[in-house]
Ligand binder design. Structure first.
Ligand code: NOJ
Length: 516
């Protein structure tokens, strides 16, 4: 396990939208470099950068045309290597995004694979052997290639699935996982991983990590075996490299597949979604909504067994948002967000902050861009100040990659830096508190002290630190074990008697137990 993850806090950057230094309306590597001090000052010491590789951008770069070449819109490979170096100088680790399940239909491997004549790439993708024979369970494209057969897709039409084999072969065109051509796909992906790690990258966020082997069993044994093989390579050659999976099944991803971290993703109706995005029914019952009928047990019932089952194996990580999810500001105001972040940044695992969530950037209603659809509204340019294009770019407004928030009260970094009560300054205070207290970091024990269905507050313990949260508009209190406590941090206010904690409306107290 890479030791640096213990105290890591990640900042996710959608590179198109972070900071544009050359006036072409789109973010670039130099822009990220210029803002590294801001990121470090905020308290983030690790980055995850969404795919920044050569791509036709039909899915925001998740359609990779060349795994080893950066997209010219962001800069050259050397610019990215420089970014690694500049980040390291400031104590920041950098994860890139690995897309192992599919490539762009324009990738050189696919251009070879779709030819009628055989080559070493013929089986790099999954083809049936007759254009009129369709796979039963998987999406596919037929009738577009000189090669006879249809090919399987992993996501959009532009993303043919790479061939890691089938755990259970049911048709003659399906290859077993140990077929040399399927093993070659895995080795090709290892080659990509080594390439970037050798150039200074510190690991990867792994896209659709569970999608590799087809006809896999319920436990995803075939896919897990591939990742374990990759983990062995990492342990031997790159022990400090960190991998986080897009999987949302920590028992699989951490225990069985060997990932260091997994995301607790926002899936409709799951435990995480009850915290801040429980509005699909039309009524908002999110736990952190002031007037919601928040019930933390809906989160804990799912989280606790997963946390317990994976403790010591890897980290199940909480995130404010990501490039696929509606921003938390959509339904929560800044006061509510402060409490959300107080929770996320005092929980076990490694927290992930999505760029712009630290200032409460809005989810914007904008037309789709580069395969984003509803997700585009969470991918708009970072708002640095109240000047032209929110300080994101010098370009004419109509050449911006995406519009900035047009509202008069659009949040921005400069204004919030100057306001000591801003969301940004609260995030900063929380993150630096976490860095200063080992008990708030990834590994320290987590224990629920008071959590009752339909009742508040919610109180939990990390090592010797107590965190008490009251997202509601009422004064609430709960009994705690008698003891002396020192206040480390507060949002709002409250009272701590020897054996009881009382919280003002919308408050959070972080208290250190004074051991005699
Ligand atoms: C998950 C990524 O987060 C998403 O943005 C992408 O569209 C799909 N995987 C396909 O790669």
């Amino acid at each position: 396990m890479p030791k640096w993850l213990k105290d890591a806090v990640f900042y996710e950057i959608y590179p198109q939208s972070f900071y544009d230094t050359n006036g072409d309306g789109i973010g670039d590597f130099d822009g990220i470099i210029e803002k590294l001090d801001y990121i470090r000052g905020l308290g983030c010491n690790a980055l995850w950068i969404n795919p920044c590789f050569d791509s036709p951008f039909k899915d925001g770069g998740y359609d990779v045309r060349n795994y080893k070449k950066t997209a010219p819109r962001y800069g050259s490979n050397s610019d990215l290597y420089r970014l690694f170096g500049e980040a390291h100088k400031r104590g920041i680790h950098v994860l890139l995004d690995l897309v192992p399940g599919h490539t762009s239909e324009e990738h050189a491997w696919f251009l070879e694979s779709k030819k009628a004549e055989k080559s070493e790439y013929s089986n790099r993708y999954i083809w049936t052997n007759n254009c009129f024979r369709a796979p039963k369970k998987y999406p596919y494209i037929g009738g577009e290639t000189e090669r006879d057969g249809v090919y399987l897709l992993n996501f959009f039409k532009c993303q043919p699935a790479l061939n890691y084999g089938f755990l259970n072969c049911e048709e003659d065109w399906q290859l077993p996982v140990d077929h040399p051509d399927c093993v070659a796909t895995r080795e090709a992906m290892k080659d990509v991983i080594r390439f970037w790690l050798d150039h200074g990258c510190d690991g990867f966020r792994v896209d659709m990590a569970d999608s590799l082997v087809k006809n896999d069993d319920e436990k995803k044994s075939g896919t897990c075996a591939i990742w374990r093989n990759i983990r062995e390579m990492l342990d031997e050659e790159y022990p400090e490299a960190a991998f986080v999976s897009e999987w949302n099944n920590p028992e699989r991803s951490l225990n069985a597949a060997g990932f260091h971290m997994d995301f607790y993703l926002n899936w409709s109706g799951n435990g995480y979604s009850t915290l801040l995005r429980d509005y699909e029914s039309g009524e908002d019952n999110s736990f952190f909504k002031k007037d919601g009928k928040g019930d933390i047990t809906r989160f804990l019932d799912e989280y606790l067994p997963r946390y317990t089952a994976t403790k010591g194996k890897g980290y199940y990580c909480l995130l404010t948002c990501n490039h696929d999810t509606i921003r938390p500001k959509y339904n929560l105001d800044d006061r509510e967000l402060k409490l959300v972040y107080a929770f996320f940044f005092t929980m076990p695992g490694v927290p992930f902050l999505y760029y712009g969530d630290e200032i409460g950037m809005r989810y914007l209603k904008v037309p789709t861009k580069e395969g984003g659809y509803f997700r585009t509204g969470s991918r708009t340019p970072m708002q640095w100040n109240a000047q032209k294009n929110a300080g994101f770019s010098d370009c004419p407004e109509d050449t911006l990659y995406l519009p900035t928030d047009p509202s008069a009260d659009a949040p921005n970094v400069a204004a919030q830096e100057a306001d000591e009560n801003s969301l940004l300054n609260t995030v900063k205070a929380l993150l630096w508190l976490r860095h200063g207290e080992e008990d708030l970091q990834a590994d320290a024990d987590f224990e629920v002290i008071y959590a009752k269905s339909g009742r508040l507050p919610f109180i939990y313990r990390r090592g010797n630190i107590l965190i008490a949260l009251n997202p509601s508009g009422e004064i609430v209190s709960a009994p705690v074990e008698a003891g002396e406590r020192k206040l480390l941090f507060a949002i709002g206010g409250g009272k701590t008697d020897a054996d009881r904690i009382t919280l003002e409306p919308q408050s959070c107290l972080v208290l250190k137990l004074q051991l005699s």
